[in-house]
Design a protein around this ligand. Structure first.
Ligand code: NAP
Length: 544
Protein backbone atom coordinates (compact mmCIF):
# COMPACT_ATOMS: atom_id res chain seq x y z
CA UNK A 1 0.00 0.00 0.00
CA UNK A 2 0.95 3.65 0.23
CA UNK A 3 4.19 3.45 2.18
CA UNK A 4 5.80 6.70 3.35
CA UNK A 5 8.52 4.74 5.09
CA UNK A 6 10.09 3.56 1.83
CA UNK A 7 10.52 6.96 0.21
CA UNK A 8 10.29 10.08 2.34
CA UNK A 9 7.44 12.10 0.91
CA UNK A 10 9.77 15.10 0.48
CA UNK A 11 11.83 13.06 -2.02
CA UNK A 12 8.85 12.29 -4.22
CA UNK A 13 7.89 14.73 -6.97
CA UNK A 14 4.44 16.29 -6.37
CA UNK A 15 1.98 17.62 -8.92
CA UNK A 16 -1.61 18.72 -8.87
CA UNK A 17 -2.41 16.20 -11.56
CA UNK A 18 -0.75 13.16 -13.07
CA UNK A 19 -1.85 12.03 -16.51
CA UNK A 20 -0.98 8.72 -18.09
CA UNK A 21 -0.96 8.54 -21.87
CA UNK A 22 -0.33 11.16 -24.53
CA UNK A 23 -2.24 9.89 -27.54
CA UNK A 24 -4.66 12.16 -29.35
CA UNK A 25 -6.98 12.54 -26.34
CA UNK A 26 -4.23 12.46 -23.70
CA UNK A 27 -2.58 15.45 -25.37
CA UNK A 28 -5.85 17.38 -25.31
CA UNK A 29 -6.34 16.45 -21.66
CA UNK A 30 -2.88 17.80 -20.88
CA UNK A 31 -3.76 21.11 -22.55
CA UNK A 32 -7.01 21.37 -20.58
CA UNK A 33 -5.36 20.51 -17.24
CA UNK A 34 -2.79 23.23 -17.84
CA UNK A 35 -5.58 25.69 -18.60
CA UNK A 36 -6.96 24.98 -15.12
CA UNK A 37 -3.69 26.36 -13.78
CA UNK A 38 -2.67 22.98 -12.36
CA UNK A 39 0.84 21.60 -12.29
CA UNK A 40 0.70 18.50 -14.48
CA UNK A 41 3.05 15.64 -15.18
CA UNK A 42 2.24 13.24 -17.98
CA UNK A 43 3.82 9.80 -18.13
CA UNK A 44 4.04 8.07 -21.46
CA UNK A 45 5.31 4.53 -22.06
CA UNK A 46 6.25 5.36 -25.67
CA UNK A 47 9.24 7.36 -26.81
CA UNK A 48 7.04 10.20 -28.07
CA UNK A 49 3.44 11.40 -28.37
CA UNK A 50 0.76 9.89 -30.63
CA UNK A 51 -0.47 6.76 -28.80
CA UNK A 52 -2.04 4.43 -31.38
CA UNK A 53 -0.34 6.35 -34.19
CA UNK A 54 3.06 6.02 -32.51
CA UNK A 55 2.84 2.25 -32.06
CA UNK A 56 0.87 1.09 -35.12
CA UNK A 57 3.35 1.81 -37.92
CA UNK A 58 2.58 -1.26 -40.01
CA UNK A 59 2.37 -0.82 -43.78
CA UNK A 60 -1.08 0.33 -44.82
CA UNK A 61 -2.10 1.65 -41.39
CA UNK A 62 -4.50 4.56 -41.84
CA UNK A 63 -7.68 6.22 -40.59
CA UNK A 64 -11.02 4.60 -41.17
CA UNK A 65 -12.57 7.88 -39.97
CA UNK A 66 -12.61 10.93 -42.24
CA UNK A 67 -9.35 12.79 -41.46
CA UNK A 68 -11.13 16.11 -40.96
CA UNK A 69 -13.34 14.59 -38.26
CA UNK A 70 -10.38 13.15 -36.41
CA UNK A 71 -8.81 16.58 -35.87
CA UNK A 72 -8.81 18.54 -32.59
CA UNK A 73 -11.55 21.14 -32.75
CA UNK A 74 -10.59 23.27 -29.75
CA UNK A 75 -8.11 25.52 -31.55
CA UNK A 76 -9.18 27.57 -34.58
CA UNK A 77 -5.52 28.31 -35.24
CA UNK A 78 -4.75 24.60 -35.44
CA UNK A 79 -7.71 24.07 -37.77
CA UNK A 80 -6.43 26.90 -39.97
CA UNK A 81 -2.89 25.59 -40.05
CA UNK A 82 -3.29 21.87 -40.64
CA UNK A 83 -3.96 20.40 -44.08
CA UNK A 84 -4.91 16.78 -44.68
CA UNK A 85 -3.77 15.27 -47.97
CA UNK A 86 -6.20 12.32 -48.03
CA UNK A 87 -9.78 11.77 -46.92
CA UNK A 88 -8.52 8.86 -44.81
CA UNK A 89 -5.05 9.82 -43.67
CA UNK A 90 -2.18 7.32 -43.57
CA UNK A 91 -0.42 6.70 -40.24
CA UNK A 92 2.73 8.73 -41.03
CA UNK A 93 0.57 11.80 -41.73
CA UNK A 94 -1.48 11.31 -38.59
CA UNK A 95 1.66 10.94 -36.49
CA UNK A 96 2.97 14.15 -38.09
CA UNK A 97 -0.27 15.80 -36.98
CA UNK A 98 0.22 14.56 -33.39
CA UNK A 99 3.78 15.91 -33.40
CA UNK A 100 2.56 19.21 -34.80
CA UNK A 101 0.09 19.53 -31.90
CA UNK A 102 2.78 18.62 -29.36
CA UNK A 103 5.15 21.24 -30.83
CA UNK A 104 2.55 23.95 -31.21
CA UNK A 105 1.39 23.70 -27.60
CA UNK A 106 4.86 22.88 -26.27
CA UNK A 107 3.49 19.74 -24.64
CA UNK A 108 6.70 17.72 -24.33
CA UNK A 109 8.03 19.85 -21.46
CA UNK A 110 5.34 18.29 -19.23
CA UNK A 111 5.73 14.73 -20.51
CA UNK A 112 8.13 12.06 -19.35
CA UNK A 113 8.60 9.54 -22.17
CA UNK A 114 9.65 5.89 -21.92
CA UNK A 115 7.92 5.99 -18.54
CA UNK A 116 5.72 2.97 -17.93
CA UNK A 117 3.51 3.29 -14.86
CA UNK A 118 3.34 0.04 -12.90
CA UNK A 119 1.21 1.04 -9.94
CA UNK A 120 -1.06 3.82 -8.70
CA UNK A 121 -2.13 3.83 -5.06
CA UNK A 122 -4.55 6.21 -3.34
CA UNK A 123 -3.44 7.59 0.01
CA UNK A 124 -6.61 8.19 2.00
CA UNK A 125 -4.91 10.28 4.66
CA UNK A 126 -3.47 12.77 2.18
CA UNK A 127 -6.05 12.42 -0.61
CA UNK A 128 -3.23 11.80 -3.04
CA UNK A 129 -2.31 9.26 -5.65
CA UNK A 130 1.17 7.81 -5.67
CA UNK A 131 2.38 6.60 -9.02
CA UNK A 132 5.31 4.20 -9.40
CA UNK A 133 7.16 3.79 -12.67
CA UNK A 134 8.90 0.68 -14.00
CA UNK A 135 12.27 2.19 -13.00
CA UNK A 136 11.08 2.46 -9.39
CA UNK A 137 10.71 6.25 -9.34
CA UNK A 138 7.56 7.76 -7.86
CA UNK A 139 5.38 10.82 -8.14
CA UNK A 140 2.33 12.05 -6.24
CA UNK A 141 -0.68 14.11 -7.18
CA UNK A 142 -4.17 15.10 -6.10
CA UNK A 143 -5.73 14.05 -9.41
CA UNK A 144 -4.89 10.95 -11.41
CA UNK A 145 -6.15 10.97 -15.00
CA UNK A 146 -5.82 7.94 -17.26
CA UNK A 147 -5.83 8.30 -21.05
CA UNK A 148 -4.53 4.79 -21.63
CA UNK A 149 -6.20 4.08 -24.97
CA UNK A 150 -8.83 1.39 -25.55
CA UNK A 151 -6.59 -0.64 -27.88
CA UNK A 152 -3.10 -0.16 -26.49
CA UNK A 153 -2.18 -3.59 -25.13
CA UNK A 154 -1.13 -5.83 -28.04
CA UNK A 155 -1.66 -9.56 -27.61
CA UNK A 156 0.46 -12.23 -29.26
CA UNK A 157 -1.05 -15.70 -28.79
CA UNK A 158 1.14 -18.00 -26.71
CA UNK A 159 1.75 -20.45 -29.55
CA UNK A 160 4.01 -23.32 -28.64
CA UNK A 161 7.53 -22.82 -30.01
CA UNK A 162 6.99 -19.10 -30.59
CA UNK A 163 10.53 -18.20 -29.53
CA UNK A 164 12.09 -20.83 -31.76
CA UNK A 165 11.30 -18.96 -35.01
CA UNK A 166 14.56 -17.95 -36.70
CA UNK A 167 13.07 -15.34 -39.04
CA UNK A 168 11.65 -11.88 -38.32
CA UNK A 169 8.35 -11.50 -36.48
CA UNK A 170 6.29 -8.44 -35.55
CA UNK A 171 2.94 -7.54 -34.01
CA UNK A 172 1.07 -4.82 -35.94
CA UNK A 173 0.67 -2.80 -32.74
CA UNK A 174 4.38 -2.96 -31.86
CA UNK A 175 5.79 -2.21 -35.28
CA UNK A 176 9.52 -1.37 -35.53
CA UNK A 177 10.64 2.16 -36.39
CA UNK A 178 12.91 0.89 -39.14
CA UNK A 179 11.13 -0.22 -42.32
CA UNK A 180 10.50 -3.95 -42.76
CA UNK A 181 11.55 -5.10 -46.23
CA UNK A 182 8.96 -7.45 -47.74
CA UNK A 183 10.43 -7.62 -51.25
CA UNK A 184 11.29 -11.17 -52.23
CA UNK A 185 10.26 -12.54 -48.80
CA UNK A 186 7.86 -15.30 -47.84
CA UNK A 187 5.45 -13.78 -45.36
CA UNK A 188 2.80 -15.17 -42.99
CA UNK A 189 0.05 -12.95 -41.59
CA UNK A 190 -1.99 -14.29 -38.68
CA UNK A 191 -5.24 -12.40 -38.16
CA UNK A 192 -7.75 -10.67 -40.45
CA UNK A 193 -9.20 -7.87 -38.32
CA UNK A 194 -8.97 -4.18 -39.31
CA UNK A 195 -5.16 -4.19 -38.85
CA UNK A 196 -4.58 -7.46 -40.73
CA UNK A 197 -6.74 -6.34 -43.66
CA UNK A 198 -4.89 -3.01 -44.05
CA UNK A 199 -1.53 -4.76 -43.84
CA UNK A 200 -2.38 -7.68 -46.16
CA UNK A 201 -3.69 -5.50 -49.00
CA UNK A 202 -0.54 -3.35 -48.77
CA UNK A 203 2.27 -5.91 -48.50
CA UNK A 204 0.65 -8.18 -51.11
CA UNK A 205 2.03 -5.69 -53.64
CA UNK A 206 5.68 -6.44 -52.79
CA UNK A 207 6.03 -9.85 -51.12
CA UNK A 208 7.39 -12.88 -52.91
CA UNK A 209 4.72 -15.06 -51.31
CA UNK A 210 2.00 -14.31 -48.77
CA UNK A 211 0.07 -16.81 -46.66
CA UNK A 212 -2.85 -15.46 -44.68
CA UNK A 213 -3.92 -17.51 -41.66
CA UNK A 214 -7.54 -16.61 -41.07
CA UNK A 215 -9.56 -17.91 -38.14
CA UNK A 216 -12.92 -16.16 -38.49
CA UNK A 217 -13.39 -13.88 -41.51
CA UNK A 218 -14.80 -10.36 -41.14
CA UNK A 219 -17.21 -8.38 -43.31
CA UNK A 220 -14.90 -5.89 -45.00
CA UNK A 221 -16.17 -2.96 -47.02
CA UNK A 222 -14.48 -0.48 -49.41
CA UNK A 223 -12.89 2.59 -47.85
CA UNK A 224 -13.17 4.57 -51.11
CA UNK A 225 -10.29 6.84 -50.12
CA UNK A 226 -9.23 9.80 -52.29
CA UNK A 227 -6.60 12.54 -52.15
CA UNK A 228 -7.47 16.05 -50.97
CA UNK A 229 -5.94 18.89 -52.98
CA UNK A 230 -5.41 22.44 -51.70
CA UNK A 231 -8.71 23.68 -53.08
CA UNK A 232 -10.74 20.87 -51.52
CA UNK A 233 -8.89 21.35 -48.21
CA UNK A 234 -9.95 25.01 -48.21
CA UNK A 235 -13.55 23.99 -48.85
CA UNK A 236 -13.36 21.47 -45.97
CA UNK A 237 -11.81 24.09 -43.70
CA UNK A 238 -14.62 26.51 -44.46
CA UNK A 239 -17.08 23.79 -43.37
CA UNK A 240 -15.45 22.75 -40.09
CA UNK A 241 -18.22 24.19 -37.94
CA UNK A 242 -20.83 22.35 -39.99
CA UNK A 243 -18.77 19.11 -39.99
CA UNK A 244 -18.32 19.13 -36.22
CA UNK A 245 -22.00 19.94 -35.70
CA UNK A 246 -22.97 16.99 -37.92
CA UNK A 247 -20.69 14.65 -35.97
CA UNK A 248 -22.09 15.99 -32.71
CA UNK A 249 -25.63 15.22 -33.81
CA UNK A 250 -24.80 11.66 -34.84
CA UNK A 251 -24.81 8.73 -32.43
CA UNK A 252 -21.29 7.61 -33.36
CA UNK A 253 -19.54 10.96 -33.78
CA UNK A 254 -19.20 10.53 -37.54
CA UNK A 255 -20.46 12.55 -40.51
CA UNK A 256 -22.59 9.57 -41.54
CA UNK A 257 -26.25 9.93 -40.69
CA UNK A 258 -28.36 6.82 -40.09
CA UNK A 259 -31.22 6.17 -42.54
CA UNK A 260 -34.41 6.72 -40.49
CA UNK A 261 -36.28 4.00 -42.42
CA UNK A 262 -36.52 0.32 -41.52
CA UNK A 263 -34.85 -1.98 -44.05
CA UNK A 264 -38.13 -3.86 -44.62
CA UNK A 265 -40.09 -0.66 -45.30
CA UNK A 266 -38.66 -0.18 -48.80
CA UNK A 267 -38.92 -2.39 -51.88
CA UNK A 268 -36.21 -4.95 -52.64
CA UNK A 269 -35.07 -2.81 -55.55
CA UNK A 270 -34.80 0.37 -53.50
CA UNK A 271 -32.93 -1.52 -50.76
CA UNK A 272 -30.47 -2.76 -53.36
CA UNK A 273 -29.96 0.80 -54.64
CA UNK A 274 -29.37 2.09 -51.11
CA UNK A 275 -26.84 -0.67 -50.38
CA UNK A 276 -25.06 -0.08 -53.70
CA UNK A 277 -24.80 3.67 -52.99
CA UNK A 278 -23.49 3.00 -49.47
CA UNK A 279 -20.96 0.48 -50.80
CA UNK A 280 -19.58 3.21 -53.09
CA UNK A 281 -19.64 5.91 -50.37
CA UNK A 282 -16.34 6.68 -48.61
CA UNK A 283 -15.79 5.51 -45.03
CA UNK A 284 -18.18 3.88 -42.59
CA UNK A 285 -21.36 4.97 -44.41
CA UNK A 286 -22.38 1.38 -45.09
CA UNK A 287 -22.09 0.66 -41.36
CA UNK A 288 -23.40 3.88 -39.85
CA UNK A 289 -25.71 5.38 -42.49
CA UNK A 290 -27.60 2.14 -43.13
CA UNK A 291 -31.28 1.50 -42.28
CA UNK A 292 -31.76 2.21 -38.61
CA UNK A 293 -32.85 -1.31 -37.62
CA UNK A 294 -29.83 -3.00 -39.27
CA UNK A 295 -28.18 -3.83 -35.95
CA UNK A 296 -31.25 -4.53 -33.86
CA UNK A 297 -33.36 -6.65 -36.21
CA UNK A 298 -32.04 -9.93 -37.58
CA UNK A 299 -34.09 -9.78 -40.80
CA UNK A 300 -32.86 -6.24 -41.52
CA UNK A 301 -29.32 -7.38 -40.84
CA UNK A 302 -29.74 -10.36 -43.16
CA UNK A 303 -30.48 -8.00 -46.10
CA UNK A 304 -27.15 -6.16 -45.92
CA UNK A 305 -25.28 -9.34 -44.97
CA UNK A 306 -26.54 -11.05 -48.13
CA UNK A 307 -25.63 -7.96 -50.23
CA UNK A 308 -22.02 -7.82 -48.99
CA UNK A 309 -21.63 -11.61 -49.40
CA UNK A 310 -22.63 -11.17 -53.04
CA UNK A 311 -20.03 -8.42 -53.42
CA UNK A 312 -17.32 -10.71 -52.04
CA UNK A 313 -18.36 -13.52 -54.41
CA UNK A 314 -18.20 -11.03 -57.28
CA UNK A 315 -14.68 -9.89 -56.41
CA UNK A 316 -12.93 -13.19 -55.66
CA UNK A 317 -12.31 -15.41 -58.71
CA UNK A 318 -12.18 -18.78 -56.94
CA UNK A 319 -15.64 -19.57 -55.48
CA UNK A 320 -14.15 -21.81 -52.77
CA UNK A 321 -11.84 -19.01 -51.56
CA UNK A 322 -14.73 -16.53 -51.72
CA UNK A 323 -16.81 -18.81 -49.45
CA UNK A 324 -13.89 -19.01 -47.01
CA UNK A 325 -13.79 -15.19 -46.87
CA UNK A 326 -17.50 -14.86 -46.11
CA UNK A 327 -18.33 -14.88 -42.40
CA UNK A 328 -20.86 -17.56 -41.43
CA UNK A 329 -21.01 -16.91 -37.69
CA UNK A 330 -22.12 -13.27 -37.58
CA UNK A 331 -24.02 -10.75 -39.65
CA UNK A 332 -22.59 -7.66 -41.35
CA UNK A 333 -21.47 -4.92 -38.96
CA UNK A 334 -21.98 -6.87 -35.75
CA UNK A 335 -18.21 -6.81 -35.37
CA UNK A 336 -15.99 -3.83 -36.32
CA UNK A 337 -16.09 -3.54 -40.12
CA UNK A 338 -12.53 -3.52 -41.52
CA UNK A 339 -12.32 -0.94 -44.30
CA UNK A 340 -10.45 -2.14 -47.36
CA UNK A 341 -8.93 -1.00 -50.62
CA UNK A 342 -8.50 -3.99 -52.92
CA UNK A 343 -8.39 -6.52 -50.07
CA UNK A 344 -10.52 -9.19 -51.72
CA UNK A 345 -8.62 -8.93 -55.03
CA UNK A 346 -5.43 -9.91 -53.16
CA UNK A 347 -6.80 -13.47 -53.09
CA UNK A 348 -6.84 -13.51 -56.92
CA UNK A 349 -3.04 -13.22 -56.93
CA UNK A 350 -1.07 -16.41 -57.66
CA UNK A 351 1.39 -15.70 -54.85
CA UNK A 352 -1.25 -15.40 -52.12
CA UNK A 353 -2.68 -18.33 -50.17
CA UNK A 354 -5.55 -18.28 -47.67
CA UNK A 355 -5.37 -20.89 -44.91
CA UNK A 356 -8.35 -21.30 -42.63
CA UNK A 357 -7.41 -22.00 -39.02
CA UNK A 358 -11.01 -22.31 -37.89
CA UNK A 359 -11.21 -26.11 -37.89
CA UNK A 360 -7.47 -26.74 -37.79
CA UNK A 361 -5.88 -24.17 -35.46
CA UNK A 362 -2.24 -23.17 -35.68
CA UNK A 363 -0.44 -26.04 -33.91
CA UNK A 364 2.87 -24.41 -33.23
CA UNK A 365 5.52 -22.02 -34.46
CA UNK A 366 8.60 -23.83 -35.75
CA UNK A 367 12.15 -22.52 -36.33
CA UNK A 368 11.28 -22.09 -40.03
CA UNK A 369 7.64 -21.06 -39.94
CA UNK A 370 4.48 -22.59 -38.58
CA UNK A 371 2.52 -25.82 -38.55
CA UNK A 372 -1.21 -26.13 -39.25
CA UNK A 373 -3.09 -29.43 -39.59
CA UNK A 374 0.16 -31.37 -39.60
CA UNK A 375 1.52 -29.32 -42.52
CA UNK A 376 4.66 -27.20 -42.17
CA UNK A 377 4.80 -23.76 -43.84
CA UNK A 378 8.16 -21.97 -44.28
CA UNK A 379 8.48 -18.19 -43.88
CA UNK A 380 11.02 -15.39 -43.62
CA UNK A 381 8.61 -13.13 -41.73
CA UNK A 382 5.61 -13.81 -39.45
CA UNK A 383 3.24 -10.93 -38.75
CA UNK A 384 0.92 -11.16 -35.76
CA UNK A 385 -2.17 -9.09 -36.58
CA UNK A 386 -3.78 -10.71 -33.56
CA UNK A 387 -5.30 -7.70 -31.87
CA UNK A 388 -5.36 -6.23 -28.38
CA UNK A 389 -6.53 -6.78 -24.84
CA UNK A 390 -9.22 -4.19 -25.54
CA UNK A 391 -10.46 -1.63 -23.00
CA UNK A 392 -9.30 -3.56 -19.92
CA UNK A 393 -5.71 -4.52 -20.82
CA UNK A 394 -4.10 -1.16 -20.19
CA UNK A 395 -5.88 -0.85 -16.80
CA UNK A 396 -4.99 -4.38 -15.73
CA UNK A 397 -1.32 -3.77 -16.46
CA UNK A 398 -1.21 -1.15 -13.72
CA UNK A 399 -1.76 -2.18 -10.12
CA UNK A 400 -4.40 0.48 -9.35
CA UNK A 401 -5.51 0.56 -5.72
CA UNK A 402 -8.19 2.77 -4.27
CA UNK A 403 -9.63 3.15 -0.76
CA UNK A 404 -8.79 0.33 1.62
CA UNK A 405 -6.25 -1.05 -0.90
CA UNK A 406 -9.04 -2.25 -3.19
CA UNK A 407 -7.68 -3.40 -6.53
CA UNK A 408 -9.36 -2.05 -9.69
CA UNK A 409 -8.48 -5.25 -11.53
CA UNK A 410 -10.32 -7.28 -8.90
CA UNK A 411 -13.26 -4.90 -8.82
CA UNK A 412 -13.59 -5.25 -12.62
CA UNK A 413 -12.84 -8.99 -12.73
CA UNK A 414 -16.32 -9.81 -14.06
CA UNK A 415 -17.41 -6.54 -15.66
CA UNK A 416 -16.25 -2.93 -15.46
CA UNK A 417 -18.24 -0.87 -12.99
CA UNK A 418 -18.06 2.89 -13.41
CA UNK A 419 -20.11 6.04 -13.32
CA UNK A 420 -20.36 7.47 -16.85
CA UNK A 421 -17.18 5.57 -17.64
CA UNK A 422 -15.35 8.48 -16.03
CA UNK A 423 -14.96 7.52 -12.36
CA UNK A 424 -15.12 4.46 -10.16
CA UNK A 425 -16.58 4.36 -6.63
CA UNK A 426 -13.80 3.77 -4.12
CA UNK A 427 -11.17 5.33 -6.38
CA UNK A 428 -11.44 9.03 -5.55
CA UNK A 429 -9.86 11.66 -7.78
CA UNK A 430 -9.13 9.11 -10.49
CA UNK A 431 -10.67 10.09 -13.84
CA UNK A 432 -10.70 8.07 -17.04
CA UNK A 433 -10.56 9.35 -20.60
CA UNK A 434 -12.21 6.82 -22.96
CA UNK A 435 -12.42 4.27 -20.19
CA UNK A 436 -14.85 1.33 -20.37
CA UNK A 437 -18.52 2.39 -20.46
CA UNK A 438 -17.92 6.01 -21.56
CA UNK A 439 -19.87 7.36 -24.50
CA UNK A 440 -16.49 7.82 -26.18
CA UNK A 441 -15.84 4.06 -26.12
CA UNK A 442 -18.17 3.44 -29.08
CA UNK A 443 -17.64 6.61 -31.03
CA UNK A 444 -15.28 8.43 -33.36
CA UNK A 445 -12.58 8.74 -30.69
CA UNK A 446 -11.43 12.36 -31.03
CA UNK A 447 -14.99 13.69 -31.37
CA UNK A 448 -16.41 12.01 -28.25
CA UNK A 449 -12.98 12.03 -26.61
CA UNK A 450 -12.95 15.83 -26.61
CA UNK A 451 -16.27 15.87 -24.78
CA UNK A 452 -14.98 13.24 -22.37
CA UNK A 453 -11.89 15.39 -21.64
CA UNK A 454 -14.04 18.48 -21.13
CA UNK A 455 -16.27 16.62 -18.66
CA UNK A 456 -13.23 15.43 -16.68
CA UNK A 457 -11.77 18.94 -16.75
CA UNK A 458 -15.02 20.54 -15.56
CA UNK A 459 -15.34 17.98 -12.77
CA UNK A 460 -11.84 18.79 -11.55
CA UNK A 461 -12.51 22.53 -11.86
CA UNK A 462 -15.69 22.14 -9.80
CA UNK A 463 -13.86 20.12 -7.14
CA UNK A 464 -11.07 22.68 -6.98
CA UNK A 465 -13.21 25.82 -6.90
CA UNK A 466 -15.48 24.41 -4.19
CA UNK A 467 -12.42 23.64 -2.09
CA UNK A 468 -13.01 19.89 -1.99
CA UNK A 469 -10.12 17.51 -1.84
CA UNK A 470 -11.96 14.38 -2.96
CA UNK A 471 -14.46 13.46 -5.62
CA UNK A 472 -15.86 10.07 -6.48
CA UNK A 473 -19.20 8.72 -7.66
CA UNK A 474 -21.69 7.41 -5.15
CA UNK A 475 -22.12 3.64 -5.11
CA UNK A 476 -25.75 4.16 -6.20
CA UNK A 477 -24.66 6.18 -9.25
CA UNK A 478 -22.21 3.49 -10.21
CA UNK A 479 -24.81 0.72 -9.89
CA UNK A 480 -27.40 2.69 -11.87
CA UNK A 481 -24.96 3.57 -14.67
CA UNK A 482 -23.65 0.01 -14.96
CA UNK A 483 -27.23 -1.29 -15.19
CA UNK A 484 -28.07 1.31 -17.83
CA UNK A 485 -24.99 0.36 -19.89
CA UNK A 486 -26.02 -3.30 -19.81
CA UNK A 487 -29.64 -2.50 -20.59
CA UNK A 488 -28.88 -0.50 -23.75
CA UNK A 489 -26.45 -3.20 -24.89
CA UNK A 490 -29.12 -5.92 -24.75
CA UNK A 491 -30.93 -4.59 -27.81
CA UNK A 492 -27.93 -4.76 -30.13
CA UNK A 493 -26.93 -7.69 -32.34
CA UNK A 494 -23.33 -6.58 -31.71
CA UNK A 495 -23.68 -7.88 -28.18
CA UNK A 496 -24.65 -11.30 -29.45
CA UNK A 497 -21.35 -11.66 -31.35
CA UNK A 498 -17.85 -12.57 -30.18
CA UNK A 499 -15.33 -9.76 -30.70
CA UNK A 500 -13.29 -7.25 -28.76
CA UNK A 501 -16.49 -5.16 -28.58
CA UNK A 502 -17.88 -7.84 -26.26
CA UNK A 503 -14.65 -8.48 -24.38
CA UNK A 504 -13.80 -11.79 -26.02
CA UNK A 505 -10.12 -12.60 -26.45
CA UNK A 506 -9.40 -16.32 -26.62
CA UNK A 507 -5.68 -15.64 -26.18
CA UNK A 508 -6.25 -14.35 -22.66
CA UNK A 509 -7.31 -16.46 -19.73
CA UNK A 510 -10.70 -15.47 -18.35
CA UNK A 511 -11.84 -13.68 -21.53
CA UNK A 512 -13.93 -16.43 -23.06
CA UNK A 513 -17.29 -15.05 -22.02
CA UNK A 514 -18.97 -11.94 -23.37
CA UNK A 515 -19.17 -8.82 -21.27
CA UNK A 516 -20.28 -5.30 -22.00
CA UNK A 517 -17.27 -3.01 -22.33
CA UNK A 518 -18.68 -0.19 -24.46
CA UNK A 519 -21.53 2.25 -24.02
CA UNK A 520 -23.91 1.61 -26.88
CA UNK A 521 -26.60 4.10 -25.86
CA UNK A 522 -25.37 6.68 -28.37
CA UNK A 523 -23.34 9.86 -28.17
CA UNK A 524 -26.30 12.22 -27.83
CA UNK A 525 -27.84 10.29 -24.93
CA UNK A 526 -24.43 10.07 -23.24
CA UNK A 527 -23.96 13.82 -23.63
CA UNK A 528 -27.39 14.40 -22.08
CA UNK A 529 -26.44 12.25 -19.09
CA UNK A 530 -23.23 14.24 -18.60
CA UNK A 531 -25.03 17.56 -19.02
CA UNK A 532 -27.55 16.50 -16.36
CA UNK A 533 -24.68 15.95 -13.94
CA UNK A 534 -23.23 19.39 -14.59
CA UNK A 535 -26.65 21.05 -14.29
CA UNK A 536 -27.36 19.28 -10.98
CA UNK A 537 -24.04 20.30 -9.44
CA UNK A 538 -22.75 16.75 -10.00
CA UNK A 539 -25.52 15.11 -8.00
CA UNK A 540 -24.20 11.62 -8.77
CA UNK A 541 -20.83 12.35 -7.19
CA UNK A 542 -19.70 12.63 -3.59
CA UNK A 543 -17.36 15.42 -2.57
CA UNK A 544 -15.26 15.84 0.54
P1 NAP B 1 -8.82 -7.76 -34.04
O1 NAP B 1 -9.92 -7.10 -34.75
O2 NAP B 1 -9.04 -8.23 -32.66
O3 NAP B 1 -8.34 -8.96 -34.96
C1 NAP B 1 -7.44 -9.92 -34.51
C2 NAP B 1 -7.36 -11.01 -35.52
O4 NAP B 1 -6.43 -12.01 -35.09
C3 NAP B 1 -8.69 -11.74 -35.71
O5 NAP B 1 -8.83 -12.06 -37.07
C4 NAP B 1 -8.52 -12.98 -34.85
O6 NAP B 1 -9.34 -14.06 -35.23
C5 NAP B 1 -7.06 -13.29 -35.11
N1 NAP B 1 -6.47 -14.11 -34.07
C6 NAP B 1 -6.26 -13.78 -32.79
N2 NAP B 1 -5.70 -14.82 -32.14
C7 NAP B 1 -5.55 -15.81 -33.02
C8 NAP B 1 -5.06 -17.13 -32.93
N3 NAP B 1 -4.62 -17.63 -31.77
N4 NAP B 1 -5.07 -17.90 -34.05
C9 NAP B 1 -5.53 -17.40 -35.21
N5 NAP B 1 -6.02 -16.16 -35.37
C10 NAP B 1 -6.04 -15.37 -34.27
O7 NAP B 1 -7.51 -6.81 -33.99
P2 NAP B 1 -7.06 -5.65 -34.99
O8 NAP B 1 -7.18 -6.09 -36.39
O9 NAP B 1 -5.73 -5.19 -34.52
O10 NAP B 1 -8.13 -4.53 -34.77
C11 NAP B 1 -8.52 -4.13 -33.46
C12 NAP B 1 -9.24 -2.83 -33.53
O11 NAP B 1 -8.29 -1.77 -33.74
C13 NAP B 1 -10.21 -2.67 -34.67
O12 NAP B 1 -11.42 -3.31 -34.45
C14 NAP B 1 -10.34 -1.16 -34.74
O13 NAP B 1 -11.22 -0.68 -33.79
C15 NAP B 1 -8.92 -0.72 -34.40
N6 NAP B 1 -8.22 -0.44 -35.67
C16 NAP B 1 -8.55 0.74 -36.28
C17 NAP B 1 -7.98 1.04 -37.48
C18 NAP B 1 -8.37 2.33 -38.14
O14 NAP B 1 -9.20 3.07 -37.71
N7 NAP B 1 -7.83 2.63 -39.21
C19 NAP B 1 -7.08 0.18 -38.08
C20 NAP B 1 -6.76 -1.01 -37.43
C21 NAP B 1 -7.34 -1.31 -36.21
P3 NAP B 1 -10.82 -14.22 -34.57
O15 NAP B 1 -11.65 -13.15 -35.20
O16 NAP B 1 -11.23 -15.58 -34.91
O17 NAP B 1 -10.66 -13.99 -33.09
Amino acid sequence: MFDDSITPSSAVARYDAILIGTGVNGMFQLIRLRELGLSVRAFEAAGDVGGTWYWNRYPGCRFDSESYTYIHSFSQELLNEWDWSEHFSAQPDTLRYCNYVADKFDLRKDIQFNARVTSAVFNEAHNEWEITLADGSRARSRYFVTALGPLSTPVIPSFEGIDSFKGESHHTGLWPHTPVDFAGRRVAVIGTGASGVQLIQTIAKTVDHLTVFQRRPNWCSPLNNAPIDAEEMNRIRARYTEIFAKCRDSEGGFIHVVDPRKAGEVSAQEREEVFERLYQTPGFAIWLANFYDTFTDQTANDFITEFVARKIRGRVNDPAIAERLIPKDHGFGTRRVPMESGYYEVYNQNNVELVSTLETPIERITPTGLRVGGKDYAFDIIIYATGFDAMLGAYNQIDIRGCGGQSLKEKWAEVPRTFLGVQVAGFPNMMMVIGPHTGASFCNMPRCGEENVDFVTDLIRFTQTKGFSRVQPSVESEIAWTEHVHQVAEKLLINKTDSWFTGINRNIEGRQTRRVLLYAGGATRYRRKCDEQVASGYAGFEFR
